[in-house]
Ligand binder design. Structure first.
Ligand SMILES: Cc1cc2nc3c(=O)[nH]c(=O)nc-3n(C[C@H](O)[C@H](O)[C@H](O)COP(=O)(O)OP(=O)(O)OC[C@H]3O[C@@H](n4cnc5c(N)ncnc54)[C@H](O)[C@@H]3O)c2cc1C
Length: 447
């Protein structure tokens, strides 16, 4: 039987990055991807990476003329529904073609020494006599094949084919996502009719969870919207949004649809011989559901421990546990806090209150910057609360909304602090998990 240190399920951006990072550390890695090379990364066309992330994550930075490069911009507006008081943040963004960029990452993984098998589908785990994962069963060229490995990493995207196949009680949440745990995204690729409307940057309308952003055609744009429940519901909200928001006149070129996880990541992402990464474990940003770079941040938190576990034959949950703590006390805590805050505020505020928040400056550049970057602090959130209180005094904001915002802030601070106290070992995890569940119950889900 072929034997590897690590089998990676899926060679999307997450699987490719993990394969590269582990191969770079000298580990033997096999990535199995069920799609052929021509189809990998074709679930939609354009995605964005903030320019600062290329160096931080050491990932290829395409430039104009490269196949993966589509466009760049740096002005990012956040706007009220009527778009009267937009706030502009400067944050250079690169628009990339998903298929071409995924292939670039896959090439890097191969150059680092990982083996990639396209058109190779993960079917199930192999278990040793003690019931611990010790490899994978795959289907390749019409035949089933068993491959041994010390760790199997599920990087299969939202399908989470590995995580959801784990036996109950194996140590990682094995529940599939429901319609309330994901955003249904509709993207309209359009050409703009009037040259004066050609885009210099993107605009995001938080009230509708909608945006307009550049596309590869400099005379075009992508009008997007994300909503829970279903594509039908997202289409209804989009219709409503287009009646209110003063969008530029356009001709529709094509429509793309896609889904992205919008829920918390599993409290424990590791088990004996197993780790879950990327969309398979919902490591998407709580502000916008983007997950390419946030999944790489998760992998950075995991890579050295995975390497040590493989090197010293300690691929068990106990040894891998420090990955849970490294992630949950950093990006995990920030995402949990932002999720609590956004869920509370977005569910409570009505149209007029959103308008007022932009007009009065409650939604400030500082708050937006904090939400965009990693360094959001409880202090920034308290400043927003005092803005709400002034709005209440002026009768622009309902008492019920102020109360909901106060509760959201309290929940945000509580969940952040709770993640900071994530246990160093499995001891104490049950109690930690119980309290986290209770906090998430209070936080609720975005409507
Ligand atoms: C419309 C839309 C726009 C988005 N825009 C952005 C953006 O601008 N920036 C951003 O950061 N994020 C964005 N996201 C989110 C981002 O696309 C995902 O977070 C990211 O692609 C997740 O990568 P992944 O590798 O974890 O999963 P995937 O890209 O889904 O890759 C999983 C891979 O696993 C393979 N696989 C599945 N099952 C098996 C199996 N049984 N055996 C072998 N292989 C298997 C699949 O074929 C696939 O190639 C967007 C999402 C949507 C829907």
């Amino acid at each position: 039987m072929d034997t590897y240190d690590l089998i990676v399920i899926g060679a999307g951006t997450t699987g490719a990055y993990l394969a590269r990072e582990m191969a770079k550390r000298g580990r033997s890695v096999l990535a199995v991807e069920k799609l052929p090379k021509t189809k990998v990364g074709t679930k939609y066309d354009i995605f964005h990476i903030e320019k600062k992330e290329f160096d931080r994550l050491d990932i290829p930075r395409p430039v104009q003329g490269d196949k993966a490069w589509a466009f760049e911009f740096e002005k990012n507006y956040n706007a009220d529904p009527l778009t009267k008081y937009p706030k502009c943040q400067i944050n250079p963004i690169v628009g990339l073609h998903m298929h071409e960029y995924t292939l670039l990452l896959n090439e890097q993984a191969e150059q680092a020494g990982a083996k990639l098998l396209y058109s190779c589908e993960f079917l199930d785990f192999l278990y040793d006599d003690a019931g611990k994962i010790c490899g994978a069963k795959v289907k390749y060229r019409g035949r089933e094949k068993k491959i041994a490995a010390k760790i199997v990493a599920d990087c299969s995207g939202m399908a989470a084919v590995g995580r959801t196949r784990l036996p109950d009680g194996y140590g990682v949440d094995n529940r599939p996502l429901t319609d309330e745990d994901m955003f249904y995204v509709i993207l309209k690729y359009v050409t703009l009719k009037r040259p004066e409307d050609y885009l210099e940057g993107s605009t995001f309308w938080a009230y509708y969870k909608a945006w307009i952003a550049p596309c590869a055609d400099p005379h075009g744009a992508i009008i997007g919207l994300g909503a829970c429940h279903s594509y039908e519901y997202a289409a209804q909200v989009m219709e409503e949004m287009e009646k209110t928001v003063p969008l530029p006149e356009y001709d529709l070129v094509r429509v793309e649809k896609g889904r992205t996880p919008y829920t918390r990541s599993p409290y424990s992402m590791v088990a004996d011989g197993f780790i879950v990464c990327g969309d398979a474990g919902n490591f998407t940003k709580s502000v916008n559901g983007e997950g390419v770079t946030s999944s790489m941040v998760q992998i950075q938190a995991a890579a050295d421990t995975l390497d040590a576990a493989l090197r010293y034959n300690k691929a068990n949950r106990e040894f891998l546990w420090s990955i849970n703590r490294a992630y949950n006390t950093t990006q995990g805590a920030e995402f949990a806090m932002l999720r609590a805050l956004l869920t509370g505020v977005v569910n409570a505020a009505n149209f007029d209150e959103f308008q007022y928040a932009f007009e009065s400056g409650i939604i400030s550049d500082e708050l937006l910057n904090a939400m965009n970057g990693a360094s959001v602090t409880p202090q920034t959130l308290l400043t927003a609360l005092s803005g709400f209180l002034s709005g209440m005094a002026n009768k622009k904001i309902r008492m019920s909304t102020v109360k909901a915002a106060g509760t959201a802030l309290k929940n945000a601070a509580a969940i952040f602090n709770h993640y900071q106290r994530f246990p160093y070992s499995e001891q104490g995890f049950d109690e930690w998990q119980e309290k986290a569940d209770a906090l998430y119950e209070k936080i609720g889900k975005i409507k």
